[in-house]
Design a protein around this ligand. Structure first.
Ligand SMILES: [Zn+2]
Ligand SMILES: [Zn+2]
Length: 102
């Protein structure tokens, strides 16, 4: 997934995942559909431990959404628009928790 994004945006290659950011653990406890955030640490997508257990389609959806924040915009909708525009991938929000999926 990162390779796909980095093909168009080489700076994405520097982006790393950080498991167990205390803020994501806290956010996930408060709102069960919160698994990740970007823009907290430079070039880092923070994810909570529970992220690992998600289905692949949701993991990819969340990744892409967070990439959209880092490379595109801090705005929620604009982050998804950025991915759709540059990668022709539509990020859907489905299921009980309305999680991102692709
Ligand atoms: Zn964080
Ligand atoms: Zn977001």
């Amino acid at each position: 997934m990162k390779a796909l994004v980095a093909e168009k945006f080489p700076q994405a290659d520097k982006i790393k995942l950080f498991f167990g950011c205390p803020d994501t653990e806290y956010d996930h406890k408060c709102s069960s559909r919160q698994y990740a955030h970007a823009l907290h640490l430079k070039n880092i997508i923070c994810v909570c431990q529970a992220f690992e257990k998600l289905p692949t389609k949701n993991k990819f959806g969340i990744f892409l959404h967070e990439f959209g924040h880092i490379l595109g915009s801090p705005d929620e909708d604009k982050a998804d628009d950025f991915i759709e525009k540059h990668f022709k991938i539509y990020i859907a929000y489905t299921g009980r928790k309305e999680l991102q999926e692709v």
